[in-house]
Design a protein around this ligand. Structure first.
Ligand SMILES: Cc1cc2nc3c(=O)[nH]c(=O)nc-3n(C[C@H](O)[C@H](O)[C@H](O)COP(=O)(O)OP(=O)(O)OC[C@H]3O[C@@H](n4cnc5c(N)ncnc54)[C@H](O)[C@@H]3O)c2cc1C
Length: 317
């Protein structure tokens, strides 16, 4: 069995590591932070293509991920399928709707379901992967499959390239400094984790700078959000909390002020397009980072494709 090293222990690194194991690779996982301290642990996380390029590939990866999530339904691991109302207008990317599996039951929202202010909306059944349950589940599966984990900080592409004969780079926004990648920039998101509310999950991302969504999870809700490009601010901003609440109330879905359990800030790894290729200078390094606001939405699709590409070019045996 041949060894491969995956760097990064967020949703992208964990799914890549597991699919490589399924293809008979001996996988070593390295990262500065374990899964519980990554961006991936802080978020929703619902299946919805948002702030990711290229659109065509993202739709294909999203479709493959969707199908994989339907095989990931194990008791207590945080994966479920829920109805999601998705507002759109003439300038929205709706390519993903054509690629949805039949089980998504895509339909137009009824007048009662349409959030106030939205021109039109779809309702689809989509995967939800609650990170605080799903990431430990993936990590335990990876270890049970014979994987190993080590904490290490990488400071350059050269250092990364010297880790092994084959390496997959899943370092999210960290890749900006490792690869000196100027195309990778943060998109700041602030969200509120609130008490559980009896409302249907929905998103309105039709206006730049006015992102609004609610994700109803098993025991709480996530209300978002902000989408500030090139903003490195990791502080909780009370102005943003107020903005998020006022946009949420403006949807007309819920009228009381929800009890806020936690305010969270995260930086989406936004890139002109996901870097999903072998490195030109170090061809034994495969990059898989820059998934913007859609890491959970496309993770399995990227993992399945990269394991195929790598196993074709290099045999795992
Ligand atoms: C507010 C908010 C809400 C979101 N909601 C959703 C959602 O509902 N659905 C969805 O699909 N997506 C959502 N996203 C996007 C999603 O969170 C990201 O796309 C995803 O988490 C990126 O995963 P990743 O594994 O690439 O990065 P990360 O989770 O950041 O993991 C990166 C890993 O690389 C390691 N690393 C970094 N630098 C180094 C280094 N120098 N040396 C060694 N290791 C390093 C880190 O320690 C970590 O282990 C949201 C994002 C935000 C901010």
């Amino acid at each position: 069995m041949r060894q491969i090293t995956v760097v990064g222990c967020g949703i992208i690194g964990l799914t890549s590591a597991i699919v490589l194991q399924e293809k008979n690779w001996k996988v070593r996982l390295l990262a500065r932070e374990r899964f519980e301290n990554t961006l991936s642990d802080k978020v929703g996380a619902i299946w919805f293509p948002f702030a990711i390029q290229p659109v065509e590939e993202a739709s294909r990866w999203g479709n493959k991920s969707y199908q994989r999530y339907s095989k990931e339904l194990f008791p207590g691991n945080g994966v479920s399928f829920i109805p999601f109302t998705i507002a759109y207008n003439a300038s929205s990317n709706t390519l993903w709707t054509q690629k949805l599996p039949k089980g998504a039951l895509l339909r137009d929202a009824t007048d009662q379901e349409l959030p106030i202010g939205a021109e039109a909306a779809y309702v689809a059944t989509v995967p939800l992967a609650e990170p605080h349950l799903y990431l430990p589940h993936l990590f335990e599966r990876f270890i049970a499959n014979g994987g190993t984990f080590e904490q290490i900080e990488i400071s350059s592409l050269k250092q990364l390239s010297e880790l092994d004969a084959l390496i997959v780079n899943c370092t999210g926004l960290g890749a900006k400094f490792i690869c000196m990648d100027h195309e990778l920039v943060p998109m700041r998101g602030q969200i509120l984790r609130t008490e559980w509310l009896n409302v249907q999950s929905c998103v309105n991302s039709t206006q730049n700078g006015a992102l609004s969504y609610i994700i109803r999870r098993s025991t709480d809700c996530i209300i978002g959000g902000t989408d500030y490009l090139n903003d490195w601010n990791m502080n909780i901003e009370s102005n943003d909390t107020n903005l998020i609440l006022s946009r949420f109330h403006a949807t007309g879905l819920f009228h009381k002020r929800p009890e806020i359990l936690e305010e969270v800030v995260g930086l989406r790894p936004n890139r002109s397009q996901v870097r999903f290729t072998f490195d030109s200078q170090y061809p034994h390094v495969f990059h898989n980072y820059g998934h913007g606001g859609s890491g959970f939405t496309v993770a399995w699709g990227c993992a399945l494709e990269l394991a195929e590409i790598i196993s074709k070019d290099y045999s795992p045996e």
